[in-house]
Design a protein. Structure first.
Length: 473
């Protein structure tokens, strides 16, 4: 496989990788790491009022024009830390004195970076050498999730000398499994302030994510020290801001692909791109590359994969995405090509999920598998019109429920419909085809379903190609 593209396996996971309220744990376990792309956004450290923002912009413009070195300093104020993303270097931050590792039973845990700000902490760590035999396998281990490390137990914590424990925030900052699936790297944040008088503490991890309980060492603890961040360089790998003259935008179907930043790393560059569009309604949520191809100056196609960024709100606009190359490209220009994108819509992204359109379906007494009922429900989310013409009772892997087919103006386009049941908490969604969504139930199938229709994705084909030519500096 030479590119991040829409292989059948990928398309199947994309169809399934959508969060619904109260999803069955087995379903969540099976879709552990969504292959839909996740954006990596710069985290704001302060908020400006409009008046001060205008003043600051004017000052920066004057400084950049009159003092070129200021422009370089601005570009170099951010570094990249894997698992965390972009990291801003500020004056009073502290960082890890040096990486710390421990190996037990052939498994190595490494604390790669700690970034301590005044009001929160971010950490990056990695796990390597995990035997595949002890990892959760959805083909064999469905129904046995409690026997594997997951959830809060798989999140790190920080232990201070006085016994204070800081637990990490509920969702990670980012991360990725290694190519051979024998480990992963991850980033987590802590909404806590470490007193300036404390420089030594410990990084603790109860168990290895997705490893079988007692199948791998547990209760890890890595002592570490914090030191002031260096004044003369950024934390992490340097980030290259792609200037307008170094890469052209590519626009098709009203969607524009732009290269924003490049991080040069020995094992493969990280590329930040934006998929933007002209906003005319409150319905467009995101445009996500479905195929993503990178070609270097030597003509070789380099395998890339999206960097995960979990925990995004259902209606968050996704515009910026990060990709990791599997190997370093040849020196010189690199070309990015996208020929398919997922485009997601809702009725009104300014409203809550439960305020999106819904309808009630009643099957009547004693519904039977295979039975079909006409619906003829029509929806318009922005410029996208679609219909749910009918509903059919199904039995999927022993779980009964209802299947809702979707029709758009383009019958050949792949569709991903996100729906839920207002009246139930024991349902989950599955996507058995390119044009339908199932609501399956763990237990009795309700005869009355209030169907929430809150999000739909369609595939658009186009031609987006951008070449970045590094400046000779």
């Amino acid at each position: 496989m030479d590119e991040f593209n829409n292989s059948p396996e990928f398309e199947e996971k994309v169809r399934k990788a959508v969060s619904v309220p109260d999803a069955r744990p087995e379903f969540v376990g099976q879709l552990r790491y969504e292959l839909t792309n996740r954006p990596m956004k710069t985290k704001s450290r302060f908020v400006l009022t409009p008046g001060w923002a205008i003043v600051l912009v004017l000052v920066l413009v004057i400084l950049v024009i009159s003092v070129p070195r200021v422009a370089t300093a601005l570009i170099q104020s951010f570094g990249y830390v894997r698992g965390v993303g972009l990291v801003e270097t500020v004056g009073d931050m502290r960082v890890l004195a040096k990486p710390v590792s421990e190996t037990r039973d052939g498994i190595t845990l490494t604390l790669e970076e700690v970034i301590a700000y005044q009001d929160h902490v971010e950490v990056s760590y990695s796990v390597e050498g995990v035997p595949k035999a002890i990892l959760f396998d959805p083909d064999k281990d469905l129904g046995k999730e409690d026997s594997f490390c997951s959830g809060e137990d798989s999140y790190p914590s920080l232990l201070l000398p006085d016994g204070t424990t800081f637990k990490s925030d509920p969702m990670g900052l980012g991360g990725k499994w290694l190519a051979d699936n024998t480990g992963y790297y991850a980033g987590h944040s802590f909404s806590a302030s470490i007193p300036k008088s404390i420089d030594n503490m410990s990084f603790a991890l109860k168990c290895i994510s997705e490893a079988k309980r007692a199948g791998a060492p547990e209760d890890w603890s890595l002592p570490f020290n914090l030191v002031p961040a260096p004044k003369d360089k950024v934390v992490g790998s340097p980030v290259i801001n792609v200037e307008p003259g170094d890469a052209a935008n590519a626009t098709d179907k009203g969607i524009t692909l732009t290269i924003d930043r490049v991080v040069k790393e020995a094992d493969g560059d990280v590329i930040y791109v934006t998929m933007g569009w002209d906003e005319t309604t409150n319905s467009r949520l995101s445009t996500v590359p479905m195929s993503f191809k990178v070609t270097d100056s030597a003509g070789q196609t380099i395998l890339v994969s999206p960097i995960d960024h979990p925990g995004r709100p259902w209606n968050d606009e996704e515009r910026q995405f990060a990709y990791k190359m599997a190997s370093a490209p040849a020196d010189g220009p690199i070309t990015l090509t996208v020929d398919k994108v997922w485009t997601f819509f809702t009725m009104d992204k300014t409203k809550e999920m439960m305020e999106q359109p819904s309808f009630t379906f009643a099957s009547g007494a004693d519904p039977q598998v295979g039975q079909t009922w006409p619906l003829n429900k029509h929806f318009q989310f922005g410029d996208l019109q679609f219909d749910i013409p009918s509903v059919r009772m199904v039995n999927q892997d022993g779980y009964k429920g209802y299947e809702f087919p979707v029709q758009t103006t383009d019958p050949n386009s792949m569709v991903l419909l996100n729906i839920g049941d207002f009246r139930s908490t024991n349902f989950w969604s599955e996507y058995p085809s390119e044009h339908g969504t199932m609501l399956l139930y763990d237990g009795d199938v309700p005869q009355i379903v209030e169907v929430l229709v809150y999000k739909i994705g369609v595939v658009l084909e186009g031609n987006w190609q951008v070449t970045w030519k590094p400046s000779a500096k």
